[in-house]
Design a binder for this molecule. Structure first.
Ligand code: SF4
Length: 178
């Protein structure tokens, strides 16, 4: 079986694991999200809650596990609303840091002993980025752009995130926190 077959198989496995009702909720999530009356912080929490529920199932089918931190060494986008959320939740304040060189495999400043130290408050992309390969080794910075890999994600969830952060400043996490 080649890499592409394994990726397709993993995606198929995810489709079987995620309950039908939850999948149906995702199918119409944007319509509901776009009508949410809360402020940006409340909307962000609502989005995180839904993505965590969804990905709680996805994680059962992928090689991503606690202690694997390959994807914490690649670029990590964070929007203004998320920076504020991290600041408010952790008490860690933003800094005005130099532009991050995406060619460097510098670990995220929140990665401590291979574990995310702000896991509960981590940005959207940290929540929804998963490997559908046999192992997560393909996420390593030197490898990720060289290998052919299917991307896995949820359209309505993604659309909702971009709707929330539209017109907001988006930076790499290493340009904001140290
Ligand atoms: S915030 Fe946490 S999960 Fe996201 S890149 Fe940093 S250490 Fe990794």
């Amino acid at each position: 079986m080649d890499d592409l077959d394994i990726q397709k198989q993993t995606i198929e496995k995810i489709r079987k694991i995620v309950p039908k009702k939850l999948q149906q909720k995702e199918d119409i999530f944007f319509a509901k999200f776009s009508k949410h009356k809360g402020n940006t912080q409340t909307k962000l929490k609502y989005l995180y809650e839904f993505s965590d529920t969804l990905f709680g199932y996805v994680y059962q089918a992928v090689p991503c596990k606690k202690g694997c931190s390959y994807c914490c060494h690649i670029p990590v986008s964070v929007s203004e609303v998320e920076v504020t959320y991290i600041e408010k939740s952790t008490g860690i304040k933003r800094k005005n840091l130099p532009e991050f060189d995406t060619q460097l495999s510098v670990p995220c400043p929140f990665l401590k002993k291979n574990v995310c130290s702000i896991y509960e408050y981590r940005p959207y992309f940290c929540r929804v980025f998963v490997s559908v390969n046999e192992t997560a080794a393909g996420c390593y910075p030197d490898v990720i752009n060289k290998q052919e890999s299917l991307m896995f994600g949820y359209g309505e969830l993604q659309k909702s995130y971009f709707f929330l952060v539209r017109e907001m400043n988006i930076q790499d996490i290493r340009e904001v926190f140290k």
